[in-house]
Design a binder for this molecule. Structure first.
Ligand code: SAM
Length: 284
């Protein structure tokens, strides 16, 4: 079945302090968008948020919902950077939710809830969802042919939460080619089983098929090389803190995250994985 709360929390609840050591200060845990060779990870993460806020057509008067809002980095961008007066967020991780509450962001309200159980208090002007859909389909469900129906359920449900003509800035990790060597296959399986259990990245064609019932795709950009650069920077930063991580969280945590991030770098380089951003408009 779809990732449970316990499975999702395996991926995010080691400790907020652990993730802050190697993600950027705001803790964006998704691909950044680099505009040139010199940009820092921090700047590239802001670029990503700005693009998606633009896709959602967010203005200061909009009410925007971030589905799968992580530790609140994009919500922070929306209210402080994009000057949106009110933004809502939902996450399945309690530690992420605690972190957002501690940030006391003006105009931000969040819930720790499965998107399937979320009852929006009012209709939204726009939506953003950044690499949350990758948790919705398990490998077993994909093999049973359930991937497109599950993604369609997500897109159709979200379409009911926006006002007519509402826009959606969407981003997802993609599953592309299959690696050729046994070691590479094992490393990818390790990442799926140990770091993000219960989830599977969608294929681009599955997303296009699923979104199209209720959303018109206005723009689509692939971001494979951006994610390669983002994960390489996360790995570099994590390795700088090897001693601290081994001392505080143990050798297994360090070794697992070293293997996972090294695999990600190779996955984006070799086209096993990709990333996509889409601008969607509700079909009325
Ligand atoms: C890879 S993280 C991305 C976090 C954030 N969007 C960012 O850019 O840093 C995926 C997020 O989706 C959330 N999530 C996964 N499944 C969910 C579900 N069924 N309902 C609500 N949130 C979910 C997780 O709790 C996590 O916050």
């Amino acid at each position: 079945m779809t990732s449970t709360q316990a499975e999702v929390e395996i991926g995010y609840d080691i400790s907020n302090e652990f993730f802050r050591l190697w993600l950027d200060e705001r803790m964006h845990y998704t691909s950044a968008v680099y505009e040139n060779d010199k940009q820092s990870l921090e700047q590239a993460q802001i670029n990503k948020c700005r693009i998606l806020a633009g896709f959602a057509e967010a203005t200061p008067d909009s009410l925007i919902l971030d589905i799968g809002c992580g530790w609140g980095a994009n919500l922070e961008y929306l209210v402080l950077g994009h000057k949106v007066k009110r933004a809502h967020g939902i996450t399945l991780s309690r530690q992420q939710h605690d972190e957002i509450m501690q940030r006391k962001l003006p105009g931000v309200t969040t819930w720790c809830v499965d998107y399937k159980d979320f009852v929006p208090p009012e209709k939204y002007d726009g939506l953003v969802s950044i690499e949350m859909i990758d948790h919705l389909v398990s490998p077993a469900q994909q093999q049973e042919g359930l991937a497109i129906p599950i993604y369609r359920e997500y897109f159709n449900k979200l379409a009911q939460w926006v006002k007519p003509g509402g826009h959606f800035g969407f981003q997802a990790i993609l599953r592309n080619r299959v690696p050729r060597t046994r070691k590479d296959l094992e490393d990818l399986k390790f990442t799926a089983d140990v770091i993000f259990p219960g989830g599977l990245n969608p294929r681009l064609e599955e997303l296009v098929a699923a979104a199209g019932q209720s959303w018109e795709i206005l723009q689509l950009h692939t971001r494979r090389t951006d994610y390669g650069r983002t994960t390489a920077e996360w790995l570099r930063r994590m390795q700088l803190h090897e001693k601290t991580i081994r001392a505080k969280w143990g050798d297994t945590v360090y070794d697992n995250y070293d293997r996972y991030l090294s695999t990600c770098v190779r996955a984006f380089k070799n086209h096993w994985s990709g990333d996509v951003q889409m601008k969607l408009r509700r079909i009325d």
